[in-house]
Design a protein. Sequence first.
Length: 326
Amino acid sequence: MLYPLTFSSILKPILWGGNKICSFKEITPIQDGIGESWEVSHVKNNVSIVANGSLKGKSLDDLIEAYGSDLLGKKVYKRFGKSFPLLIKFIDAKDALSIQVHPDDELAKARHNSFGKTEMWYVIDATPDAFLYSGFAKQLTPEKYIRSVEDNSFTDMLAKHEVHSGDVFFLPAGRVHAIGAGCFIAEIQQTSDITYRIYDFNRKDAQGNPRELHTELAKDAINYRIYPDYKLKYAPEQNMVQTLVDCPYFTTNLIDTEEGKTINLKERDSFSIYICMQGKLSLTDDLENTIEIHQGQTILVPAITKSISLKPITKCKLLETYIGSE
């Protein structure tokens, strides 16, 4: 019998990682140098393992094999088969990440037999001087792009954004981007681990070697168009379900509440994921399965669930994400 599921965090020690993830998720002892925590993952060699209830110890693979559309939803199962379509992460950038881009579905399929990677960032916290790059500030051609990487002027071409808690960035495949030092972010993305590293500030890896760049591969993946703005604009609303992103790959809502709330899932025909950004609450499904959630936890609610009730213990902030219409 399916019920709301939690998974063991997959912690990723990375050169640029900090110490915010463990404290945010209430993991002890606090580990330094953790750049990412993969909360729900179906990436090869990084498949999530259930951490609660009678299915504890089962992998996401096991669940999909046993429960199929009851877990994923009929439309999701038809579209993605036995592949879980989303990867949920927390990212803590003590130092700046490389500048990168991800291919779209068509290019990723042709080159890597993989999904592309469209993603979004929700800024949980940021130091006063934190910034990130998203999109271009100056017009480039593929040829000018190559030259700017070679002469170290590439960052001058990028749109640079100061960031604060609550900021949201939508990053369709093809958009050049980088997380700057001091950013602590929740990331929702297509299940794909394909990244083209364009520029890395001439840094060396732990062995003292320059990190591999994919400058040429990235050339055909980049969307060179300049857009008026790259930050998603929204006015926070208390005790409402507020849509932040609605794209073919996922719909993500913000729930900022201190009131009890019932959410009808019957017509959604998709699993739903709840990422707790702040506070503590209990979540109860229509079969009276109850789980208590605190800041830093991520819950997967199976598609077969008809409704859930959220009861805040303290003021809460959640991201809700699921597969909407194509």
